[in-house]
Design a protein around this ligand. Structure first.
Ligand SMILES: [Zn+2]
Length: 150
Protein backbone atom coordinates (compact mmCIF):
# COMPACT_ATOMS: atom_id res chain seq x y z
CA UNK A 1 0.00 0.00 0.00
CA UNK A 2 1.05 3.59 -0.55
CA UNK A 3 2.38 5.36 2.56
CA UNK A 4 -0.58 7.75 2.72
CA UNK A 5 -3.00 4.81 3.06
CA UNK A 6 -0.94 3.35 5.92
CA UNK A 7 -0.82 6.81 7.51
CA UNK A 8 -4.58 7.49 7.28
CA UNK A 9 -5.30 4.04 8.72
CA UNK A 10 -2.83 4.62 11.56
CA UNK A 11 -4.33 8.05 12.27
CA UNK A 12 -7.83 6.54 12.50
CA UNK A 13 -6.52 3.96 14.97
CA UNK A 14 -4.83 6.70 17.01
CA UNK A 15 -8.02 8.76 17.13
CA UNK A 16 -10.31 5.89 18.06
CA UNK A 17 -8.39 3.33 20.16
CA UNK A 18 -6.71 3.79 23.58
CA UNK A 19 -2.92 4.26 23.56
CA UNK A 20 -1.61 0.90 24.83
CA UNK A 21 -3.62 -0.92 22.18
CA UNK A 22 -3.43 1.70 19.40
CA UNK A 23 0.36 1.57 19.00
CA UNK A 24 0.77 -2.19 18.35
CA UNK A 25 -2.49 -2.19 16.37
CA UNK A 26 -1.13 0.57 14.12
CA UNK A 27 2.01 -1.53 13.53
CA UNK A 28 0.04 -4.67 12.71
CA UNK A 29 -2.28 -2.66 10.43
CA UNK A 30 0.68 -2.16 8.09
CA UNK A 31 0.90 -5.87 7.30
CA UNK A 32 -2.89 -6.27 7.10
CA UNK A 33 -3.05 -3.48 4.51
CA UNK A 34 -0.11 -4.85 2.57
CA UNK A 35 -2.03 -8.14 2.25
CA UNK A 36 -4.80 -6.32 0.34
CA UNK A 37 -4.17 -6.13 -3.43
CA UNK A 38 -2.51 -2.77 -4.06
CA UNK A 39 -0.50 -0.63 -6.43
CA UNK A 40 3.03 -1.07 -7.61
CA UNK A 41 4.61 -0.69 -11.01
CA UNK A 42 7.96 -2.33 -11.63
CA UNK A 43 8.20 -0.64 -15.02
CA UNK A 44 8.57 2.85 -13.51
CA UNK A 45 11.97 4.45 -13.95
CA UNK A 46 13.90 5.20 -10.78
CA UNK A 47 13.20 8.93 -11.16
CA UNK A 48 9.46 8.39 -11.61
CA UNK A 49 9.44 6.04 -8.63
CA UNK A 50 11.27 8.68 -6.56
CA UNK A 51 8.75 11.35 -7.61
CA UNK A 52 5.87 9.04 -6.64
CA UNK A 53 7.55 8.33 -3.30
CA UNK A 54 8.12 12.03 -2.57
CA UNK A 55 4.50 12.83 -3.46
CA UNK A 56 3.36 10.05 -1.16
CA UNK A 57 5.54 11.27 1.70
CA UNK A 58 4.35 14.85 1.16
CA UNK A 59 0.76 13.67 1.61
CA UNK A 60 1.80 12.01 4.89
CA UNK A 61 3.37 15.25 6.14
CA UNK A 62 0.23 17.14 5.06
CA UNK A 63 -1.93 14.65 6.99
CA UNK A 64 0.20 15.11 10.13
CA UNK A 65 -0.02 18.92 9.73
CA UNK A 66 -3.82 18.81 9.36
CA UNK A 67 -4.16 16.67 12.50
CA UNK A 68 -1.77 18.96 14.38
CA UNK A 69 -3.60 22.16 13.39
CA UNK A 70 -7.08 20.77 14.09
CA UNK A 71 -5.67 19.52 17.42
CA UNK A 72 -8.32 16.92 18.36
CA UNK A 73 -8.00 15.06 21.67
CA UNK A 74 -5.10 12.58 21.32
CA UNK A 75 -3.80 14.36 18.20
CA UNK A 76 -0.29 13.23 19.17
CA UNK A 77 -1.40 9.58 19.27
CA UNK A 78 -2.97 9.94 15.83
CA UNK A 79 0.29 11.31 14.39
CA UNK A 80 2.38 8.71 16.23
CA UNK A 81 0.14 5.88 15.01
CA UNK A 82 0.22 7.27 11.46
CA UNK A 83 4.02 7.10 11.62
CA UNK A 84 4.10 3.64 13.22
CA UNK A 85 1.62 2.28 10.67
CA UNK A 86 3.85 3.55 7.86
CA UNK A 87 7.23 2.73 9.41
CA UNK A 88 7.67 -0.93 8.36
CA UNK A 89 8.27 0.31 4.81
CA UNK A 90 11.44 2.03 6.03
CA UNK A 91 13.04 -1.42 5.72
CA UNK A 92 12.90 -1.00 1.93
CA UNK A 93 15.08 2.14 2.08
CA UNK A 94 18.31 0.13 1.76
CA UNK A 95 17.00 -1.55 -1.40
CA UNK A 96 15.93 1.86 -2.79
CA UNK A 97 19.33 3.37 -1.99
CA UNK A 98 21.23 0.44 -3.55
CA UNK A 99 19.16 0.84 -6.71
CA UNK A 100 19.77 4.58 -6.75
CA UNK A 101 23.51 4.14 -6.44
CA UNK A 102 23.58 1.35 -9.01
CA UNK A 103 24.46 -1.40 -6.54
CA UNK A 104 22.88 -4.82 -6.69
CA UNK A 105 20.69 -5.40 -3.60
CA UNK A 106 20.72 -8.57 -1.56
CA UNK A 107 17.96 -10.84 -2.80
CA UNK A 108 14.86 -11.04 -0.60
CA UNK A 109 15.65 -14.70 0.18
CA UNK A 110 18.97 -13.68 1.75
CA UNK A 111 17.49 -10.96 3.96
CA UNK A 112 15.99 -11.27 7.48
CA UNK A 113 12.79 -13.17 8.25
CA UNK A 114 10.80 -9.95 8.81
CA UNK A 115 11.83 -8.66 5.35
CA UNK A 116 10.87 -11.98 3.74
CA UNK A 117 7.52 -11.93 5.57
CA UNK A 118 6.94 -8.32 4.49
CA UNK A 119 7.65 -9.25 0.86
CA UNK A 120 5.54 -12.41 1.01
CA UNK A 121 2.45 -10.74 2.51
CA UNK A 122 2.34 -8.39 -0.51
CA UNK A 123 1.10 -11.08 -2.86
CA UNK A 124 -0.58 -8.71 -5.34
CA UNK A 125 1.19 -5.49 -6.37
CA UNK A 126 0.23 -4.36 -9.84
CA UNK A 127 -0.69 -1.08 -11.56
CA UNK A 128 -4.43 -1.97 -11.43
CA UNK A 129 -4.10 -1.95 -7.61
CA UNK A 130 -4.28 1.84 -7.89
CA UNK A 131 -8.09 1.44 -7.89
CA UNK A 132 -7.91 -0.17 -4.44
CA UNK A 133 -5.49 2.51 -3.23
CA UNK A 134 -7.81 5.33 -4.30
CA UNK A 135 -10.88 3.62 -2.81
CA UNK A 136 -9.01 3.05 0.48
CA UNK A 137 -7.88 6.68 0.57
CA UNK A 138 -11.42 7.93 -0.04
CA UNK A 139 -12.89 5.70 2.69
CA UNK A 140 -10.21 6.47 5.29
CA UNK A 141 -10.25 10.15 4.31
CA UNK A 142 -14.00 10.25 4.94
CA UNK A 143 -13.57 8.47 8.30
CA UNK A 144 -10.85 10.96 9.28
CA UNK A 145 -13.03 13.88 8.23
CA UNK A 146 -15.77 12.78 10.62
CA UNK A 147 -13.33 11.84 13.41
CA UNK A 148 -11.60 15.24 13.18
CA UNK A 149 -14.93 17.11 13.14
CA UNK A 150 -16.20 15.47 16.34
ZN1 LIG B 1 4.78 -2.50 3.48
Amino acid sequence: MRAINHATTGAIIGLSVIAPIAIPLAFVSHYALDAIPHHDDNTLSHNKFTALLLGDLSLCVLLAAIIFFIHPPYWWLAILCAFIATSPDLMWFRQYWDRRSGKKSKSIERRSGIVRLHAKVQWFQKPIGLVVEIAWLLITGLCLYFLLRS
